[in-house]
Design a protein around this ligand. Structure first.
Ligand code: ADE
Ligand code: ZN
Length: 334
């Protein structure tokens, strides 16, 4: 089954590039950029990855991202993730990046996006992996700061498929970003938002009704509102669920408590994703394996989850048809 899950053609729709920064690369970039990390070794850094909640993780995640300085650093970060995609048969990916984590440290927006985009172009030309880049606003910062970021992105709109909203959910509800989301949508960008990760089901409703998002990131707390579950299923609103992230950040006590398969069986269009794999102990295949080992996910469910990842991706119609055909071919051949 592990090999089956690894080889299953998949799309990833919820992956923070900064969260794919492995400790080894973090140390290498620190050395290249003459930055001293507050850890003596890769092992010591990994030991610090024991999080009580989302905020405890975010504090380390922003600190780690400070080693990213040059265009080549952003290329290397993105390329390392693409190599994992290749190994795990992720044939389409829609990664997030957090420009404000870098521009607030004085790194130009251009440096960040040029490095990421070049790696994504190479992913397409060398491996045939398609992608769509999503720019997230940090919700602990102001709406004005988000507007400023959107303005900086304007020369690069051909390289960005949509906007997202991440960072600390508690105390930063969707309504805070109503106007900037409206503007971005007017500019032709698609929209997603983290909602119902640590925050209440109401945040999922508000992300849909106020921000008018096309997908919900996480959304697992929707389970607290049976009417919302019915609505998500009826309106075919996809959730990008991240099982290992949710257990590492104590959204669920352990994987046996996770509700992804329960939602799948209730008709919700859930997908599996890795969120911040360098911090949470596994990439996409590991997340699928955890569902199989600890929730008894069947092959049919795994295929349905993979199908959802293509169906609810932002890939263009023709590419989506290709992706789904690749899944069908793979499943018939087995
Ligand atoms: N940024 C990176 N990972 C995140 C997560 N799981 N929730 C909110 N913001 C994030
Ligand atoms: Zn996330």
């Amino acid at each position: 089954m592990d090999q089956f899950l690894n080889d299953l053609p998949k799309a990833e729709l919820h992956l923070h590039l900064e969260g794919s920064l492995e400790p080894e690369l973090m140390f290498a970039l620190a050395e290249r950029n003459s930055i001293v990390l507050p850890y003596s070794s890769v092992e010591q850094l990994r030991q610090a990855y024991d999080f009580a909640n989302l905020q405890a993780f975010l504090d380390l995640y922003y600190q780690g991202a400070a080693v990213l300085q040059t265009e080549q650093d952003f290329y290397d970060l993105t390329w390392a993730y693409i190599e994992r995609c290749k190994t795990e048969n992720v044939i389409h990916t829609e990664p997030f990046f957090d420009p404000q984590t870098h521009t607030d440290r004085g790194i130009p927006f251009a440096t960040v996006i040029k490095g990421i985009s070049r790696a994504l172009r190479d992913a397409e030309s060398k491996y045939g992996i398609s992608s769509g880049l999503i720019m997230c606003f940090l919700r602990h910062l102001s709406e004005e700061a988000a507007f400023d970021t959107l303005q900086q992105a304007e020369p690069y709109l051909d390289q960005i498929i949509g906007i997202g909203l991440d960072s600390s959910e508690q105390g930063n509800p969707p309504a805070k970003f109503e106007r900037v989301f409206a503007k971005a949508r007017d500019m032709g960008l698609l929209a997603v938002a983290h909602a119902g990760e640590e925050g209440p089901a109401q945040n999922v409703i508000d992300a849909l009704d106020i921000l008018k998002v096309d997908r919900i990131d996480h959304g697992v707390r929707a389970i607290d509102d049976p009417e919302l579950i019915k609505r998500l299923a009826a309106e075919k609103i996809a959730l990008t669920v991240c099982p290992l992230s949710n257990t590492r950040l104590k959204v669920f006590d352990d994987m046996s408590q996770h509700n992804i398969l329960q939602m799948l069986e209730q008709g919700v269009k859930v997908t599996v994703n890795s969120d911040d794999p360098a911090y949470f102990g596994g990439y996409l295949t590991e997340n699928f394996i955890a569902l199989e080992k600890e929730l008894g996910m069947t092959r049919a469910q795994a295929i349905e989850l993979a199908r959802n990842s293509f169906e609810y991706s932002f890939a263009k119609k023709e590419r989506k048809a290709e992706l789904l055909a690749e899944l069908d071919r793979h499943c018939v051949a087995r």
